[in-house]
Design a protein around this ligand. Structure first.
Ligand code: SAM
Length: 275
């Protein structure tokens, strides 16, 4: 486990303080997924979100299911054996290394998150198969040099890597240039690597619900969320070719056969292959 030394000391982009009185994205998401690693403020924020947007539980679950299908696709069909999973979240069922190593035990996974609660639970992410490896880096996505230097201990950057940024880029506001962050990460991996993104949408809900949803979260959360349009999310994939079916709602991305879904998500998702 490594920590983001450069981010210590309360810098603007450093690890979040451990403040349980303010809702935090990882813990609200955990509550929406039915997890137990959250506090009263997180549960209150989740209930307030659900009051204006009842589809939030469906969206959280659809996002997690997208993670599963994307990692399965990357391992089983694209032959990827190395993952850089940034914005890991609190460990829950179906973590990236569990899915990848069930298909290819030699898979190597580096997890990155900046939430102290995720760090506290990171041990659950370090139970790699003997043939593979997992590592956890406590760092802010904006500190790409720290992340890449730490990940190089486990990942071989001369071979393809899947960079997964699931439900995290909407926590990076425009002034912090999320496009440059993604470009720096993709610059570090060879052609044939993959980028997987899911991102909260600003253009799927009606505008009134969207406004209430945004106000409900941004007036209380520790991080502000920037919802983006499909076109804005597509820009992250500029140097890649999108895998079928392209950039769609996360629940529309290669859905598995089964009962018809009980909702529609409010997140865009795609997987692209670096040219
Ligand atoms: C909603 S959770 C998503 C978890 C997982 N990727 C998934 O899709 O199921 C978002 C995670 O991103 C982390 N996160 C948000 N902003 C971050 C940043 N700037 N640096 C590192 N992690 C961040 C949060 O702490 C949280 O654990």
């Amino acid at each position: 486990m490594t920590t983001d030394e450069t981010a210590q000391g309360g810098s603007k982009t450093g690890p979040l303080p451990f403040d349980t009185t303010k809702p935090h994205q990882a813990r609200v998401y955990d509550h929406l997924l039915g997890g137990k690693d959250n506090y009263a403020a997180d549960r209150a924020a989740a209930e307030a979100l659900l009051a204006v947007y009842p589809g939030a539980v469906y969206t959280a679950r659809a996002n997690r299911a997208f993670l599963g299908r994307a990692v399965r696709y990357l391992t089983a069909e694209a032959g990827i054996r190395q993952f850089l999973d940034i914005g890991t979240g609190i460990p829950t069922a179906g973590n990236t290394h569990e899915i990848a190593q069930a298909i290819a035990p030699e898979s190597r996974v580096v997890y990155v998150d900046y939430d102290p609660i995720v760090l506290a639970h990171a041990r659950a992410l370090l139970d790699s198969s003997d043939a593979g490896a997992t590592e956890y880096i406590d760092a802010d996505l904006r500190h790409t040099d720290t992340i890449l230097a730490g990940a190089a201990g486990v990942l071989d950057f001369s071979k393809p890597v899947a960079v997964t940024l699931l439900a995290i880029l909407h926590a990076i506001p425009d002034p912090d240039d999320p496009y440059a962050i993604v470009a720096r990460l993709l610059d570090a991996v060879p052609s044939g690597s993959y980028l997987a993104i899911s991102h909260a949408a600003s253009d799927l809900l009606d505008q009134e619900t969207m406004r209430s949803f945004a106000n409900s979260w941004n007036s209380r959360g520790q991080q502000r969320i920037t919802w983006r349009t499909r076109e804005q999310v597509a820009r992250f994939f500029t140097s890649t070719d999108l895998v079928e079916p392209g950039l769609v709602r996360v629940d529309e991305w290669r859905p598995t056969a089964g009962p018809a879904s009980a909702g529609t998500s409010n997140e865009w998702g795609a997987v692209g292959r670096k040219r």
